[in-house]
Design a protein around this ligand. Sequence first.
Ligand code: ADP
Ligand code: MG
Length: 156
Amino acid sequence: MRIVTGSEEETKKAGFRLGTVLKRLSRGCTVFLYGEMGAGKTTFIKGFASAFGILEKDIGSASFVIVAEYETSPPFYHIDLYRINKAEDVDALGIWDYIDSDGIAVIEWAERLSEIPENAIKVRINYIDENSREIITEGVDEEDRHYMQGRKVGTC
Ligand SMILES: Nc1ncnc2c1ncn2[C@@H]1O[C@H](COP(=O)(O)OP(=O)(O)O)[C@@H](O)[C@H]1O
Ligand SMILES: [Mg+2]
């Protein structure tokens, strides 16, 4: 699925929609987020996290913290691998435990991982111009994709 956003707010909305979809799953899952510096990964996560009731100001934009845990239901984990260079560091930090947990994890700089699970949810954000970004999502069910595109689906 591909959408183009024309502002920071629209990227947050796209994040919020994915967050809403994944929050209602009764199992843990991980979103692998790709994109250059300044693409809008943290912006997307601010919207995603707002689906969990987390305030934007509580989502870090600097990459000083590698894992931020939020005691929401389900738990939310914001992981930023920007400063990670080696696969061993990923292992040492226990990143795989978050990926396999019952919570919802979103990983910035997923390019730093040597492998990711099959059928993983992947979101790639590409810079188009100053205010526009392309957001490509893989691994989300058709019905949920429709929801994320703002189309009404189902009977409820
Ligand atoms: N359509 C857009 N979507 C997301 N961010 C945008 C958009 N247009 C402009 N921006 C700006 O781009 C920057 C993205 O920063 P950030 O989310 O921290 O990127 P990253 O985490 O990928 O390094 C912000 O300053 C934001 O205001
Ligand atoms: Mg970031």
